[in-house]
Write a protein that binds this ligand. Structure first.
Ligand code: F6R
Length: 241
């Protein structure tokens, strides 16, 4: 596990964007695993700049998002579908038919999850997976006491996650309590993993991820076993390292 400590959020975002863009430059038809939340917003901005400056071309890439709230319409501004379009896809040239985000309104959840896994495998697997981390150590929506062997599945969100994500909704009651998420096994099968974290609120989770025991209580700790994992943090998130 490589740990890169960036001076600040902007530097963290730039470094992540350089990793993603060099992946796409080296392999035009790369498969990108993408995350939502506050953390990668700066990285998406940097990638948009690189695209506008003609440094990178996304026309060949396929993308798979980590997760989506369950029972949320794509048009809902809080859906991850909406987020991705609003913060990244509408500014770059990823082809619509190559964008995969779990369908949060699927009638048959098991089928949706199976199909999602199959699509990832059909596309040759994820070349680079971007991750954020919850203050409780979750990656994707794989909450503490995780089953390390799970693939894409329906998850019940942790109280702490509902609390943290309520900042995007009008009230805590509106936050969905379940989501479809890639499992730890799906994430671990990605060829490269890049986890981003900023701010002191993530310092404890980062310390446990990098220096702690590998355990289901800290889902991200499993990344210690990945053969190509990079953690890029700002000084706040690195505070306890
Ligand atoms: C988002 C995701 C989550 C977030 C995590 C951190 O797709 O899977 O694991 O990465 O909750 O969220 P932020 O970046 O908002 O602190």
């Amino acid at each position: 596990m490589r740990v890169i400590i960036a001076d600040n959020y902007k530097e963290m975002s730039k470094k992540a964007a350089v990793m993603v863009s060099s992946q796409v430059i080296l392999k035009h038809d790369s498969v990108l695993g993408l995350a939502t939340g506050d953390t990668p917003l700066g990285m998406y901005k940097e990638l948009i700049k690189l695209y506008e400056d003609k440094e990178v071309d996304f026309s060949g890439v396929t993308t798979f998002n980590l997760d989506e709230y369950y029972k949320i319409q794509r048009e809902n501004p809080e859906s991850y579908y909406y987020y991705m379009n609003n913060n990244f896809f509408k500014y770059v040239n990823v082809k619509k038919e190559k964008i995969y985000i779990p369908n949060g309104t699927a009638k048959d959840i098991d089928e949706e999850c199976r199909n999602y896994e199959d699509e990832i495998k059909n596309k040759g697997g994820i070349d680079i997976q971007i991750l954020g981390i919850g203050a409780n150590g979750h990656i994707g929506f794989n909450e503490p006491d995780v089953n390390f062997e799970a693939e894409t599945h329906l998850v019940k969100l942790d109280k702490m996650t509902i609390e943290a994500n309520s900042r995007f909704f009008n009230s805590k009651d509106e936050v969905p309590t379940t989501a479809i998420s890639m499992g730890i096994k799906t994430i671990m099968q990605s060829k490269r993993v890049v986890l981003l974290a900023n701010g002191e609120v993530k310092a404890d989770a980062i310390y446990k991820t990098v220096k702690g025991k590998i355990c289901p209580e800290v889902p991200a700790s499993i990344l210690q076993l990945h053969s190509d994992a990079t953690i890029i943090v700002d000084k706040g998130a690195a505070k306890l390292l």
